[in-house]
Design a protein around this ligand. Structure first.
Ligand code: G3P
Length: 218
């Protein structure tokens, strides 16, 4: 299972990378805005800075919603670095753009995916990654994890190579259950990744080991 961090914050990306378990980064226009990154050149420079931290897989999202605009932006983003994956929304022209990028060897991440039908279309178009948003489905009382299971079944039925990139992951149980289901990738905030470290028995066990060592060794 690959771990991506879902942020545009360079310090958080560095911290996750330094842990040694990071396989990539996902961003979106909201996350870029949250970091105060605006303007064409600054946005491109920020993506480059992210690429300079990690080894691969940096999702950079297009803003255009028409085919011509998405293609133009996608080419520009892909030119920034070989690590860039062009993130495209699940809309009609997005599917056409994914098909074209795929035929030209440009990797894509189809985002804002909320139904199995959308997942089939993205895979048929040749998306490299599919981003189903678990937390946002849970928010409206639909089962985000059940959706991941459905997509896993469908993709396995037909041998679709599109990787399931579980997104909108809000807590560790989302992540662990995605692993049980067989999501290929999980993207989540830094606090979800670091929360995986925690267990009270680890803390109390370590404290006891150190206390016993001290007692024996002075
Ligand atoms: O990966 C998509 C993510 O950024 C959305 O997460 O928590 O805003 O639903 P959230």
């Amino acid at each position: 299972m690959k771990f991506f961090i879902d942020t545009a914050n360079l310090n958080e990306i560095k911290e996750a990378y330094d842990l040694g378990v990071l396989d990539g980064v996902t961003t979106n226009p909201s996350l870029m805005a949250k970091e105060g990154i605006k303007g064409h050149d600054n946005i491109k420079a920020h993506y480059k800075a992210i690429c300079n931290i990690v080894d691969n897989n940096v999702s950079a999202e297009v803003i255009a919603t028409d085919l011509e605009g998405m293609i133009k932006e996608g080419y520009e983003l892909a030119k920034i670095d070989d690590k860039i994956v062009v993130k495209v929304p699940m809309i009609k022209d997005g599917i056409k753009a994914i098909k074209k990028f795929n035929s030209e060897g440009i990797r894509t991440n189809c985002t804002l995916v909320f139904s199995p039908g959308q997942a089939i279309l993205a895979a048929k178009a040749g998306a490299s990654y599919l981003s189903p948003f678990i937390g946002r489905l849970d928010d409206i009382s639909q089962d985000g994890l059940e959706f991941i299971s459905q997509v896993r079944l469908i993709y396995d039925n037909y041998g679709f190579e599109t990787e399931i990139l579980a997104a909108s992951v809000r807590h560790t149980m989302h992540l662990v259950q995605c692993a049980e289901i067989g999501a290929d990738v999980v993207t989540c905030p830094l606090n979800v990744i670091t929360a995986l470290l925690n267990h009270p028995l680890t803390d109390s066990g370590l404290a006891k080991f150190l206390a016993d060592h001290k007692k024996a060794n002075g």
